[in-house]
Ligand binder design. Structure first.
Ligand code: PMP
Ligand code: GLN
Length: 380
């Protein structure tokens, strides 16, 4: 047989988490909390399992959860979403991204993706016969170069994939970025796939610039989010996408044959929790900002250099004062010499900048875990 993804291996997240377990290292690599979500939410799942809500959910997602999402979108982004035609619950953001790309990318289409970018966009584009055109975001600011983006657009460009707050850099789009995006997307009639899984993890008083705040843009956008990030439940794999009804109709055609529907008791419990604790997402920035600052204060004693991340639960750090080896090698060295697992940043690039010496730490951890990691890292 011929591989459809010949240059794709096992993801770095799987590799590093396995290595961390094998070496008994503190795992700050794959992004997931080492603490549980709110107990009322966990109890809700138990309740629905015990009361027999264990069969297929509706294909598009349970009604109460779609309604709760529409209310959240109204509250957070002042946008009126129809829960029946514009919201679909998916098995994580990963499924939503795959379904959206599969629905709209045709053979020969070009899709603008940034470099670095989360690892699931490219394979989905390739499998649809499309071509990912990577536009570099350069350190240290990783800012969008709108002229460069405009220059990359051709008659074949169908879609642009944005991700704010951005994994792995933590950067967030500004209002000005969104205005530039709207102008380009309108001018060239592009679809926007907006990965907003870290929408509630923005720091220093900043406001998340969802494309849903922007009427023009939301009319041509598919917005993807994940309950895993917001409710500390990455293992549940429940996410959702929002799109105009005509686009959503096409996404649902794919969703119904990818997974058909998403786990029922989790959806029911999430709906109750969204309705009963609408302030959970408002408290999240302070919660994670506390963790960021806790970790970074400890790490200021180390020889890593960094500027505090503006969003996500990831912190990039430069290790050039410690070692002069490529980052993948450094990540292995770090497990052995400090007992800490991290993610090398070059894996998020199609073309990594030469001599980049950056590593990504996940700080979605109990303070005791962060203390243990930092104690080991400051010895280097
Ligand atoms: N997009 C980004 C930017 C992510 O970081 C992640 C999770 N690592 C996902 C999508 C996938 O989210 P989920 O686990 O809900 O599939
Ligand atoms: N999004 C997570 C990260 O960036 C990983 C998810 C996964 O393992 N696929 O670490």
């Amino acid at each position: 047989f011929q591989s459809k993804l010949p240059s794709t291996g096992t993801t770095i997240f799987t590799q590093m988490s396995e290595l961390a377990a094998k070496h008994n290292a503190v795992n700050l690599s794959q992004g997931f909390p080492d603490f549980d979500g709110p107990s009322a939410l966990l109890e809700g799942v138990n309740h629905y399992i015990q009361q027999g809500s264990n069969q297929y959910a509706p294909m598009i997602g349970v009604a109460s959860l779609r309604q709760a999402i529409a209310s959240k979108i109204k509250r957070c982004y002042d946008n009126d979403i129809n829960p029946d035609t514009q919201v679909t619950i998916t098995s994580g953001a990963t499924e939503a991204l795959f379904a959206a790309i599969t629905a709209f990318v045709q053979t020969g289409d070009e899709v603008i993706v940034f470099d670095p970018a989360y690892d699931s966009y490219d394979p989905a584009i390739t499998l649809s016969g499309g071509r990912a055109i990577h536009i570099p975001l350069l350190p240290p600011s990783f800012a969008m170069d709108w002229q460069r983006i405009a220059d990359a657009i051709t008659p074949k460009t169908r879609m642009i994939v944005i991700n704010s707050p951005h994994n792995p850099t933590g950067q967030t789009l500004s209002q000005e970025d969104i205005a530039q995006l709207a102008e380009l997307a309108n001018k060239h009639d592009l679809l926007v796939l907006s990965d907003e899984v870290y929408e509630h993890i923005v720091f220093d008083g900043a406001q998340h610039q969802s494309v849903l705040r922007h009427k023009d843009l939301s009319d041509r956008s598919i917005v993807v989010s994940s309950f895993g990030k917001t409710y500390h439940t990455t293992g549940w794999k429940v996410g959702y996408c929002i799109a105009p009804a005509a686009l959503m109709g096409e996404i649902r055609k794919i969703h119904q044959y990818l997974t058909f529907s998403t786990t029922t008791p989790m959806q029911l419990a999430l709906a109750d929790f969204l309705n009963s604790a609408p302030d959970h997402d408002q408290l999240l920035p302070a919660f994670y900002e506390g963790k960021r600052d806790y970790f970074n204060k400890l790490m200021s004693e180390s020889r890593f250099s960094f500027t505090s991340t503006p969003g996500t639960y990831f912190q990039l750090m430069d290790y050039s004062a410690i070692q002069d080896m490529p980052d993948t090698e450094f990540a292995l060295w770090l497990i052995e010499h400090a007992g800490v697992a991290a993610i090398p940043v070059s894996v998020f690039y199609q073309v990594p900048p030469k001599d980049m010496r950056l590593i990504r730490f996940c700080f979605a951890k109990q303070n005791s875990t962060l203390t243990k990691a930092a104690e080991q890292l400051i010895t280097l």
